[in-house]
Write a protein that binds this ligand. Structure first.
Ligand SMILES: [Zn+2]
Length: 125
């Protein structure tokens, strides 16, 4: 619920900013996690279309020292990046880079202020 006269806005949609399908160093398309995930999918241990990465990096794009200047309930830009490791040369690189969003929690009706950084909901495509 809003206490001003602004119209409710549709939440922003996550947006894929970039995708890479081969190693930026050697050009090989073979990747560590993807290779092992393929085996798991063949055994039926993973959904055929599940995107699996060696690491996922995600979080709000913010400056921690400015936390108190961001209003409660605000929508914050967030990043999401799925990475994997080249099977040929060992380079770790980003496969999918997404601009997402996070929400700073709103103040609950009782007025108790949630802890700084509270739960963040990060959108992903
Ligand atoms: Zn490589």
């Amino acid at each position: 619920m809003s206490d001003n006269n602004e119209k409710p806005q549709e939440p922003p949609r996550p947006e894929v900013i970039a995708e890479f399908d081969k190693c930026p160093v050697c050009g090989s398309p073979e990747r560590f996690a993807e290779t092992l995930a393929k085996e798991a999918k063949e055994k039926g241990h993973m959904a055929p279309d599940y995107e699996y990465y060696t690491n996922v990096i995600q979080g709000p794009v913010r400056q921690a020292s400015w936390e108190n200047k961001i209003p409660f309930g605000a929508t914050i830009t967030a990043l999401w990046a799925g990475t994997d490791i080249c099977m040929n040369c060992g380079t770790m690189y980003g496969l999918k880079l997404i601009k997402g969003f996070a929400h700073k929690p709103a103040i609950p009706p009782g007025g108790e202020v949630p802890p700084p950084g509270g739960p963040l909901i990060i959108g992903r495509g």
